[in-house]
Write a protein that binds this ligand. Sequence first.
Ligand code: ADP
Length: 501
Amino acid sequence: MANLLHNLSFQKLFDIAADAMLLVDSSGHIVEANFAALQLLEYSEATICGLTVEALIPERFRGHHHQYRNGFFQNPEKRSMGDGRDLFALSSSGKELAVDIGLSPIKIQDQTYILITFYAADKRRETEQALRVSNERLELAKQAANLGVFDVDPQNLALHYDERILELWGKKPGETINYDEFIGVINPEDRVASAVEFNRCFDPAGDGKYYAEYRIKNPHDGVERWVSSVGEMHFKDGKAVRFVGVARDITKQKLTEKILQEQRIETESFYKQQIASHTASAIAHELNQPLAAISAYSEVALHELSHVNNHPEILIRALEGCVSQAQRAGTSLHELIAFLQVGELITERFDLNETVLDALNTTKGDGLIGLQPILQLDRNIPLVLGNKIQIQKVLVNLLRNAIEATNEKGQADSAIAVSVKIYTDKNMAHVSVEDRGHGISQELAERIFEPFFTTKSKGIGMGLLISRALIKANGGQLWLEQNASDGATFHFTLPFIPNHA
Ligand code: ADP
């Protein structure tokens, strides 16, 4: 190799170099320019040689240049020019070219020259600028979302973090935090679950995704905060190499959820009491009739038995009457109890679209045929917080009513429209069930939410009352809208999970 280069002259290297190069003497005059320099600066060899380098510097930077040049010759050493400032070269047509400049002293026949190399800086500056903008954006997004970022090397558990993480973990800017401290601040009750979740991420066959909510106690002020942490393990050749994630303070959200839950329990127990008292009086009302009938039948039976020559067929009919009335009372009580069993209010985050689809399936599974729903589901709707089973129960009840009203009308077109969207006024989820059935008159509309109000021969008349109570217990509202033409539309709203952003 050394032999090869031995035959390569400086002149040759200078001419073929891809970067633009100038050779300048100690008085600042250009003595040589290579082909790339002539192209870049738009000069011919004849016009550039003899010029001082200052001719290639935009006028506003020219002032002190000869001093820099003299300084370089007093202490000639290889370096880049400009100390990180943006540099420009002036072409013969007056164009300013963004360049990086390298300076190398070179001795030729006892004379010191400077070899000036120009590197086009546009691309580098563009990339740097794009990186800066993207970093700024990321920083703004982090601030807006109140996010702290951590980056863990899974092999040695070395931890990198930003200032927000330090702040959350009770450290001052500039202080350090190691992995053990990071874990040590987590509430011991939550530590195991978050560690199990973290260990799960190491499995190359898994999705590497991490999600945990835990409490951390600030070691300085002792204040406990809730943190939600989302991360992802990165793998290389089946080996975990990097774990990056963000942590967010969700204390406020947790507090709101708790208050909401307490309010729900309170409202629910209030409605339960209301329903219980309505139910008690209604059960009495409901049982009155069969009991009166049973008593009448029993009197007939007794009367018949008091005669020596009684009529067995009258006796049989009276006793059969007793049995069927007792059965009727039993059946309506069972139906009532089954419907009233709303269960405990356990809330969860769920997708209303899915619950609508589940409710439709249940209704179809119940044998209610003729349901051809028109679905208008907002696929991007945020999750709601509530008791999924209860909401499904409400939907099934509304759908059943809609189907029955449509069937009763003898309507061939039994299309029912179910929509799920955002109720913009209140920032809540909004569900509506619209039918083309017999509709509800103004007079009936005032009574349909009353307990045991029904216009159906086999109805119980508790569905709408309970549905309304359930929606209210889940933080929303349920109401009727009479359609301008045929049918009726029932609407209800539900709250999104707090701070769903
Ligand atoms: P039930 O279905 O057992 O009668 P509900 O409380 O669910 O009890 O309904 C009460 C009454 O409201 C029904 O009997 C019916 O008269 C009326 N209703 C409910 N939904 C509709 C509807 N979509 N179209 C017409 N009438 C309805």
